[in-house]
Design a protein around this ligand. Structure first.
Ligand SMILES: Nc1nc2c(ncn2[C@@H]2O[C@H](COP(=O)(O)OP(=O)(O)OP(=O)(O)O)[C@@H](O)[C@H]2O)c(=O)[nH]1
Length: 294
């Protein structure tokens, strides 16, 4: 009998969740940013490991906050934790244990979890061992602890072997050929958002969203029209930039990512529109597809 189940990938902002998933699936599907809190919604990434199927759920970072959009993000992560067969908790190896202790508090259903110590390329082997020793006082809480660096590691078999051990016997839930339940439209949106995070500084990316209005898939080219939504007119000016330089850079970077994924040319047309204070009220969030039930 095959094994198959849901594995929520959880950790504080910037822990390396999306990077890990892209690495495990061998394809760039999730948005990665050096800025924290870039991931806003859950998304499924499906990895076949030998005959077993693992459905990883990428989640927004665990963080405390008052903003409505951020509360939605936290709620997404908590829901994913309460609703899976196993949790992968990612802790950058240099983190203090308090983040892990916070997670233990939030894991109300005591779902089984594996502790992944990430970014171990940043420190020496001895330091990694010392950190693993620190976590040992919680060894009755986790199923396993695995140190990992996606920058250095050459195989992911050890992580996947360990994950599969804790999944139920179950027939596949998805066609083994597919890598994600996200639509291409969702992925294009995330690529454009990622390019905004890369090119625009300060708080603006956090108050920006993207609506993909139209995707026309032709034989040799995809024609995509998308609108970048901001909260106020000064932000619109920043996104466009002097002589439209900023928006051109955003468009170029997003196009390169899209073309790499699809293997086709892409013509990407970007617009900017203002929706006043969309991150702050329920209607604004709902209109942009964040199903707030808070
Ligand atoms: N040195 C090093 N950097 C890493 C590693 N994994 C991820 N990073 C970097 O850490 C940053 C955050 O990575 P993400 O994958 O976006 O982190 P996330 O946990 O999904 O972040 P949120 O969206 O904020 O929840 C990026 O700049 C990555 O390149 C690693 O193994 N080593």
């Amino acid at each position: 009998m095959t094994k198959c189940g849901y594995v929520s990938v959880v950790g504080r902002p910037n822990a390396g969740k999306s990077s890990l998933l892209n690495w495990l699936v061998g394809e760039k599907l999730a948005m990665v940013s050096h800025k924290a809190n870039a991931t806003r919604k859950r998304s499924n990434i499906i990895v076949m490991h030998e005959d077993d199927q693992i459905i990883f759920v990428d989640t927004p970072g665990l963080h405390e906050t008052e903003k409505l959009l951020n509360q939605f993000m936290l709620d997404e992560a908590l829901k994913a934790m309460g609703d899976c067969d196993l949790i992968l908790f990612l802790a950058p190896v240099t983190d203090k244990l308090t983040h892990y202790e916070d997670f233990l508090q939030k894991n109300k259903k005591n779902t089984n979890h594996i502790l992944l110590l990430t970014k171990i390329d940043n420190i020496t082997n001895d330091e990694v061992l010392a950190k693993m020793k620190e976590y040992e006082k919680y060894s009755d809480k986790y199923q396993a602890v695995i140190p990992v660096s996606i920058k250095k590691a050459t195989t992911h078999a050890d992580i996947l072997d360990e994950v599969v051990k804790h999944l139920p016997e179950h027939p596949y839930l998805y066609d083994p050929e597919i890598m994600t339940t996200e639509t291409l439209r969702d992925i294009f949106k995330e690529f454009i958002r990622e390019s905004i995070f890369e090119n625009i500084s300060d708080e603006i990316p956090y108050e920006t969203d993207v609506v993909v209005e139209k995707v026309e898939e032709k034989d040799h080219i995809d024609v995509i029209k998308a609108t970048i939504v901001v909260q106020k007119s000064t932000q619109k000016g920043m996104i466009i930039g002097k002589g439209a330089t900023a928006i051109k850079r955003i468009g170029k970077d997003a196009r390169v990512k899209i073309e790499k994924l699809t293997g086709k040319k892409c013509y990407l047309e970007l617009f900017v529109s203002i929706r006043k204070n969309w991150t702050k009220d329920k209607k604004g969030l709902k209109d942009l597809g964040y199903d707030v039930t808070l």
